[in-house]
Design a protein around this ligand. Structure first.
Ligand SMILES: Nc1ncnc2c1ncn2[C@@H]1O[C@H](COP(=O)(O)OP(=O)(O)O)[C@@H](O)[C@H]1O
Ligand SMILES: [Mg+2]
Length: 590
């Protein structure tokens, strides 16, 4: 900030010194004074200007770096917010839209950088220039011609001042007029650009670069219709972009033309003072030069004022984005210690933001420590929503979840979540080593690492790798990395959950990517994975329930049945229907 201001001051000072010197030098030439003084003056001048320029450059470069750092800081704050914000806010579309708008805004409007760089800079330039110019302008105004001619009469009259003021103010009015129009165009330009950037990054940075999309495109889109669509949108975007830029440049150029004309007129006006003997020739050059600097400073300020709107909007977007959602642990009560914990759902319903229907409708159930539970039901019946509520990722829209009789909302959130080890349906493999993916930030324990690799069924694969579990788990950052198949990646996610040795292991459809043999292995290892602790296994495969003592059946947002495999089969309800249908399917295909 200080650098910005200093840099503007030095820039003004440099033009002041140059112009003043020019005035003095011209006077010497006109007066025919000794050449030696002239050369001495020239030498001194060159040195001073060189010095000022050097300082000015240094300040300007550092100021720019500083304001760039400001934008980088904003970007990293945003990334932090993405990571830390509560899950409910994160999955809200509005949150992510605001993120893209702000990110694009920072990139294209300059955001914080533009605001500080151009607006404050111009403001300081104007103040410095005015202070430095004051003496010259006053001298120019009060100097009087001793002659009696008509021109001298004009020069000495108030009209002279009126014309001078008009010539200074006119460019300013032009700047205001055109910057208003220009800033409307600039707004449109930024809006179009944000959209264009979204299209560009969606198609070219995300979709066309993703391996799974590449497969889809090759298999289903032989005519490249998606590429055509992308190109169409990009071409349309670029042409709007160009049009608006041209328009803006036309508008932005006008004040410069008008300023040029006015400065020409100013030279004539002020020269008339010199002609009538009121001031010296050198003074004409210096003062008009300085008036020009003043005019530029003024119109620059107005321009910056006009341009700041888009930047301000980005800063607003940023502030709003950063204020969205909850960050950090809310204070809560410590978990109540009991011999065996129990978790109860009391009339729990959940509705996703922006949805009309309930994803879960009036769920009542009780889980006791040590149970092995299966949750089954068709796609979309609410199983994963149930899991997210259970592990405290989302809060019930209505109803309560109790841990040892106390509402989970009142409890220390982190301590509660730490009970659970979870394999969600959508897991992510980081580009770090396999071991780092599994220990996930905790200190590595060799034995547990080996156990989790064995139980998840990944041990043989890892043993075959030249660097073992130190091998990078993807190739994205390291060509030496391993390219895991979908099923292997899923096993890695399972190993990660087991490694934590959680009180309560939750697997949400962990076998979707596994082959039938690997799937059976996961069922069979489930007991060992939970090591006598609590386990919950979500699946739409009915066969998975055989390893569980207690089964919950979800259908269309409701918990429709619960019991053991035998009791549910005896009920002959949805469970038996689904089980028989799948069993028959497997038998028919066997
Ligand atoms: N982030 C979300 N936003 C809006 N609706 C969602 C979201 N996630 C899931 N749903 C909806 O909630 C319902 C239950 O989904 P889910 O719990 O994932 O089902 P399951 O895991 O049983 O397949 C579905 O209708 C689904 O479309
Ligand atoms: Mg699910």
């Amino acid at each position: 900030m200080l650098l910005q201001l200093l840099s503007a001051v030095v820039a003004s000072l440099t033009s002041f010194v140059s112009l003043s010197f020019l005035g003095v030098f011209i006077n010497q030439l006109v007066g025919g004074q000794a050449k030696q003084t002239g050369f001495f003056l020239l030498g001194a001048f060159v040195m001073v200007v060189f010095l000022l320029n050097a300082i000015g450059q240094w300040l300007a470069v550092n100021a720019r770096l500083q304001s760039q750092a400001l934008n980088m800081r904003a970007r990293s704050n945003m990334a932090k917010h993405l990571v830390e914000v509560d899950y409910t806010t994160f999955i809200d579309g509005e949150f992510r839209n605001r993120y893209s708008a702000t990110k694009t805004g920072l990139q294209f409007t300059g955001g914080f950088e533009i605001y500080i760089n151009s607006f404050l800079n111009q403001l300081v330039t104007l103040v410095t220039t005015s202070v430095l110019a004051a003496g010259l302008v006053v001298t120019l105004l009060v100097s009087r011609s001793p002659q009696q001619t008509v021109l001298a009469g004009f020069v000495n009259s108030p009209f002279f001042i009126v014309v001078l003021v008009i010539l200074v103010v006119l460019p300013l009015l032009a700047a205001v007029f055109f910057s208003k129009r220009g800033s409307a165009v600039l707004d449109a330009f930024f809006a179009a650009n944000i959209k264009l950037n979204q299209v560009l990054s969606y198609y070219f940075e995300i979709a066309f670069k993703s391996v799974s999309v590449a497969k889809t495109l090759r298999l289903f889109d032989p005519k490249d219709s998606f590429l055509d669509e992308a190109n169409k949108q990009v071409i349309a975007g670029v042409s709007t972009d160009t049009e608006l830029q041209l328009k803006y440049n036309q508008l932005a150029g006008m004040p410069g033309l008008i300023t040029g004309a006015c400065v020409g007129a100013l030279y004539i006006l002020v020269a008339s003072k010199a002609l009538t003997g009121a001031i010296s020739v050198g003074f004409v050059v210096a003062s008009v030069g300085y008036l020009q600097v003043l005019i530029l400073a003024l119109s620059g300020l107005f321009n910056a004022w006009g341009n700041r709107r888009a930047a301000m909007r980005t800063i607003d977007d940023y502030t709003e984005f950063m204020a969205m959602g909850e960050v950090g642990a809310q204070p809560g009560l410590p978990l109540k210690e009991t011999a065996k914990f129990r978790i109860q759902f009391e009339h729990v319903s959940y509705r996703y933001r922006g949805q009309t229907g309930l994803a879960l409708d009036d769920i009542n159930l009780r889980i006791d420590e040590g149970e092995r539970i299966a949750v089954v039901g068709p796609n979309g019946s609410g199983k994963s929503t149930f899991v997210k509520l259970l592990i405290g990722l989302i809060k019930p829209t209505s109803g309560r979840i109790l841990f040892n009789g106390e509402d989970v909302q009142q409890l220390d959130h982190i301590a509660y979540q730490r009970l659970f080890g979870v394999v969600a349906q959508d897991f992510f493999v980081f580009a770090t080593s396999i071991a780092e993916n599994i220990v996930a930030g905790t200190s590595p324990r060799r034995q547990e690492l080996d156990d989790s690799l064995r139980l998840s069924g990944l041990a043989d694969r890892v043993a075959d790798l030249p660097a073992g579990s130190r091998t990078p788990a993807t190739r994205e950052l390291d060509a030496q990395g391993v390219s895991l198949s979908g099923g292997e990646a899923q096993k890695l996610a399972i190993a990660r959950a087991i490694y934590q040795q959680p009180e309560f292991l939750v697997l949400d459809e962990p076998t979707a990517a596994l082959d039938p043999l690997a799937e059976v292995a996961v069922y069979q290892n489930f007991d060992q994975m939970i090591q006598g602790k609590t386990g919950l296994y979500v699946s739409h495969r009915m066969s998975s329930t055989r390893f569980s003592q207690k089964i919950y059946v979800f259908n269309q947002a409701k918990l429709v049945a619960q019991g053991t495999h035998e009791s549910l089969m005896a009920e002959n309800g949805l469970y038996a229907e689904l089980f028989n249908a799948q069993a028959q399917y497997y038998q028919d295909n066997a």
